[in-house]
Design a protein around this ligand. Sequence first.
Ligand code: NZQ
Ligand code: ZN
Length: 389
Amino acid sequence: MQLDFTYYNPTKIHFGKNSLTKLNDELTQYGDTVMLVYGRNAIKSNGLYDDIMTILAAAGKKVIELSGVMPNPTYNKMMEGAALVREHNVSLILAVGGGSVIDCAKGISVSAYCENEDPFQKYWIEFSEVDNKVVPVASVLTMVGTGSEMNGGSVITHEATKYKAGRVFPANVYPGFSILNPEYTFTVSQYQMVSGVFDTMSHLMEQYFSDQGANTSDYLIESLLKSSIDNLRVALKNPDDYEARSNLMWNATLALNTITGLSKTQDWQVHMIEHQLGAYTDCAHGMGLAAISLPYYRLIYKFGIEKFVRFATQVWGISCEGKTQDQIALEGIDALAHFTKECGIVTSLKELGATKEMLPKIAESTTIIGKGYKKLTSEEILNILETCF
Ligand code: NZQ
Ligand code: ZN
C-alpha cells in the first residue's frame, strides 16, 4: 500500500566518465571562495586532486583546503572546518571523497554559523531545526556505499563522549550537485569496496524489513539488492569492470536518496548498533553492519516472517517446495550469511577491533528505535554483540 508522501530531492547528479567536465559550469552558481574538503591520500595518489585544482583555478576561485578527514569523521575535524569557513567567508564547500568526507562537509555547513550553542549538542543530540546560515555543499564521490552524495545525512563521531550520531538535514544541506564517475572507484581497495556494498545492502534491508504487505518501495529494494549482489560478484573478479562499478555506484545512491524509503516505516536498528560499535572501534561502517545484521535478523525474523519469506524467495531465489515459512525465512538469512563469506566480509567484532569489555558499553549507549519488527532491549543488543564477537 502506498502511504501519503511528498517527495523532493534537490541534488543534481552528473554521472559518468566525463562528469567532471560539468564542474566548471556548476561553479558559476557559487561565490569566489571554495573550501575543498578531502581525506588522507586517495585523491592525491589517483590524480583527482590535481584535476579539480586545475578546474578551480581556471574558474578563478580562491581555494581553502581541509584535508585529512578520517573515516568516521570526528567532531573536532568538523569544528576545524567550521572555523575555516568563518575565517575565509567560504561560499561553497566541495567535498571530494566518500561518505565520511561528504558527511563532514555537511556538518561544517550547519556548524560554521551556529555560534551561540555547541552544534553537536544542538543538531545531533537535540535534533533542533537548522536556524542559522548554511553554507552550500557539493560533492565529487570517490567511494560508494553511504548515499551521502544525494541525501541530507551527516554522521559525526564525538570523540570525547564516544558517541557516533547521525542526523538527516533538510534540503538546503543536501549537496547542490554531485559528480559521480565510476572510474574514480577503481582504486578503492577490495576491503572498502565490499564494506561499501554491504552498506548499500544494509540501507535497503533497513527499509525493507518494516511493515507487512508490499508497496513499490519493496519491489525497488528487491531489484537493487539483486543488482548489488550480482555486480559485486563481477567487481570482485574484475575491479576495473566499468559496468559493474557504475551499477554499484548508482545502486548506492538510489538506496539512500530517500526514494526507496517512501511509504515505509523503516527500521535502522542495525545502523544504531553499528554507530556505537564504530564509536568504540573505528571499524569500517559496512563491515560492522554485516557482523550485526546476521544475529539481528536471526533474532527478529519470526516477528516479520512474511517479509523474510519474501526476501528469501525474491532476492535469493530460494524455493518454497515442502518447506515451512520458518525454514524458508532462515534459508534467506543463511544465503545472506554465505554471500558475506563469499565476498570476504568481516563478520567478527573481534576482527573489527572490539574487545569483550567494550560490548556492554556499546549496548548501553545504543539508541533503541523500535520501528522494526521487534523493539530490542539493551540485553538483546548485548546478546547480538556477543554472538558476533
Ligand atoms: O582517507 P582517504 O585517503 O580518502 O581514503 C578513504 C578511506 O580510507 C578511502 N577511499 C575513498 N575513496 C577512495 C579511497 N581509496 C582509494 N580510492 C578511492 N577512490 O576509503 C576509506 C573509507 O572512506 P569513507 O568515506 O570513510 O567510507 P564510506 O563512504 O563508507 O563512509 C563511511 C561514513 O559514512 C557514514 C558512516 O557511518 C561512516 O561514518 N554514513 C553516512 C550516511 C549518510 N550520510 O547518509 C549513511 C550511512 O549509513 C553511514 O552511517
Ligand atoms: Zn550505512
